[in-house]
Design a protein around this ligand. Structure first.
Ligand SMILES: Nc1ncnc2c1ncn2[C@@H]1O[C@H](COP(=O)(O)OP(=O)(O)O)[C@@H](O)[C@H]1O
Ligand SMILES: [Mg+2]
Length: 289
């Protein structure tokens, strides 16, 4: 390939998707099936892509590979056109502000002995942001996720599960990232808290070009937030498309099974759940007060 590229090709990074995953394969150990097998998808700027599949289908492995926490067997991961598949520590550090994560259990990633303000300012300290600026920014993001002024001096145990998840969202956003990988970010929350946190995630991206890779085993949760969805079964993509179309007209049997599995078995609980989702969608569709 020529080193002298026409301008139209050199500019490709600018037009490149926010994230591109190409033929990703991840194998744990030398034998056995690949946990992730030839997975390809893209995320555009400002887009939310849902990644859905039952437990063990490879969702977390994909998220970890993107975040540089899992070695890739083969394939490529490109962030804004730049190949980060094998990014070394220094390059990963340079990505830290742009590419962030929210996990299922915020308690495990918050130091119980430190006020939560520390967790919020830490990524900024690493980036060399001066102290008064990072404290100011921490207060801003806490406000953005709906936590009271002064929260930064309190400790993780002083918050509820939903509040702690707001804190981890604040920590993800404090660096003003381009992409946030949310891995089962609302799965541990009760239904009404789930709805609040999903609405918060939707509010935070509104009017920005923030992208999410939104990983969940629950189709209903993905349907609420994601414009497009990738359905994963045993490490392979079985279906992908616009969320509404996939939900209305699933092409693959496994997708139908997942959709059927999304509600809970108890019919009363299922009815409550359906009602809650209807209300959630209605509230999100309504113009902001
Ligand atoms: N650290 C690991 N070592 C070996 N196998 C693993 C490891 N992590 C995940 N796996 C296996 O990889 C597959 C995909 O797991 P995972 O990515 O966690 O799926 P999901 O997030 O969809 O539940 C599963 O079969 C799981 O047992
Ligand atoms: Mg997982």
């Amino acid at each position: 390939m020529s080193t002298l590229q026409p301008a139209s090709e050199r500019a490709v990074g600018i037009d490149a998707p926010l994230l591109e995953v190409r033929n990703l394969v991840v194998r744990y150990g030398k034998k056995g099936p690949a946990a992730v097998d030839d997975v390809s998808f893209t995320i555009a700027r400002g887009e939310t892509l849902g990644l859905v599949g039952e437990s063990g289908s490879g969702k977390t492995t994909i998220g970890r590979a993107i975040l540089g926490l899992q070695t890739v067997t083969s394939g490529q991961i490109l962030f804004e056109g730049r190949d980060i598949t094998k990014a070394r520590a220094a390059e990963r550090r340079s990505l830290q502000g742009d590419l962030r994560a929210v996990f299922q259990d915020p308690f495990s990633s918050l130091n119980p002995r430190r006020p939560i303000g520390d967790a919020l300012t830490e990524p900024l300290r690493v980036a060399g942001v001066p102290r008064t600026e990072r404290e100011q920014r921490a207060r801003e993001v806490l406000d953005a996720v709906g936590l009271a002024p002064g929260s930064e001096t309190r400790f993780p145990r002083q918050f509820s599960g939903g509040q702690r998840q707001r804190i981890s969202i604040a920590r993800a956003l404090v660096t003003d990232p381009r992409l946030v990988v949310c891995d089962e970010a609302v799965s541990a929350l009760d239904l009404s808290t789930q709805a609040q946190v999903l609405n918060l995630l939707a509010d935070l991206r509104a009017g920005t070009d923030l992208g999410y890779l939104f990983i969940a085993h629950d189709m209903a949760v993905v349907e609420f937030l994601a414009q497009r969805v990738v359905v994963l079964n045993r490490g392979r993509i079985v279906e992908q498309g616009r969320t509404g179309e996939v939900m209305r007209n699933p092409q693959h049997h496994y997708t139908r099974v997942l959709m059927a599995a999304s509600p809970v078995p108890d019919p009363d609980e299922q009815a409550r759940r359906r009602e809650a989702w209807r209300a959630l969608k209605a509230s999100a569709a309504a113009p902001a007060a």
